[in-house]
Write a protein that binds this ligand. Structure first.
Ligand code: ATP
Ligand code: MG
Length: 236
């Protein structure tokens, strides 16, 4: 399989705090990979390392075969990595449409019209301020904005966080659709059951290290490990 993302033994710090200790993971072309783990395990830090927001001090990050270790976030975005951060970070004072206009449209199938087609709810809400959207609508807007980059890889940090169960299902269906659109996905989730329904492969982080790596079905069948993960996840 051709690898889109290859993270190799990264060491990442916040100041003096050593957070990631030799994390390695990969995402293949068209693959949906789940990154799971308890609160504070280092999931967000791994995403931030990849995006160049908190570059690793050691180790390498390759994107589509190129060494991009330490590349700043705008370079990563331009190279084709769409990132939907924890908490979504949409502009609350701008309308839905303005939020989409802010993202630079790039050459490819994902245009603002295509985003509205994917999420008809956003079209209905196009003149509403971002800050007045529901959590699910905000997530759709954040994903839509990332799609306008026509990414090869989409990195989603806990898209289900704070959403009502029925909306979670809808957002997860969308994440699954990304895969059928040919986009590789790295999905960070605390809700392991949910993520493993979609994922091809999974990694589990524990205190800055990969403690498990395998197929999604294999992990889903590992009752003991699933209980450890579920014990701290949000209610499904
Ligand atoms: N800006 C920061 N400065 C110092 N330490 C931080 C910072 N951000 C996170 N940490 C620490 O790094 C560790 C990993 O945090 P991270 O946010 O990557 O975890 P996570 O797996 O995403 O957790 P969650 O499921 O709660 O989002 C935690 O111990 C956290 O306290
Ligand atoms: Mg996090």
């Amino acid at each position: 399989m051709t690898m889109v993302l290859e993270v190799d033994k990264i060491q990442t710090y916040y100041g003096k705090s050593h957070i990631l200790d030799g994390v390695s993971l990969s995402v293949g072309e068209g693959e949906l990979v789940a990154l799971l783990g308890r609160n504070g395990a280092g999931k967000t830090t791994t995403m931030r390392s990849v995006m160049g927001l908190t570059p690793p001090r050691q180790g390498t990050i390759r994107f589509c075969g190129k060494d991009v270790t330490g590349a700043p976030p705008h370079r990563m975005a331009a190279a084709g990595v769409g990132y939907v951060p924890e908490g979504r970070k949409i502009f609350g004072h701008l309308t839905v449409h303005e939020n989409l206009l802010v993202a630079r449209e790039t050459h490819g199938p994902w245009t603002i019209d295509a985003v509205y087609k994917l999420f008809p709810r956003l079209l209905e809400r196009r003149t509403s301020k971002g800050g007045r959207l529901s959590g699910g609508e905000q997530e759709m807007l954040a994903i839509g904005r990332a799609l306008l980059l026509n990414p090869k890889l989409l990195i989603l940090d806990e898209p289900s966080q704070g959403l009502a169960p029925i909306i979670v299902q809808e957002v997860m269906r969308t994440v699954g659709r990304m895969k059928s659109e040919g986009i590789s996905v790295l999905l960070v989730e605390q809700n392991a059951f949910l993520a493993l329904q979609l994922a091809d492969r999974a990694y589990v982080l524990g205190e800055g290290e990969v403690v498990y790596e395998g197929s999604a079905t294999e992990l889903a069948a590992d009752t003991k490990r699933m209980e450890q993960l579920a014990g701290v996840s949000h209610a499904a």
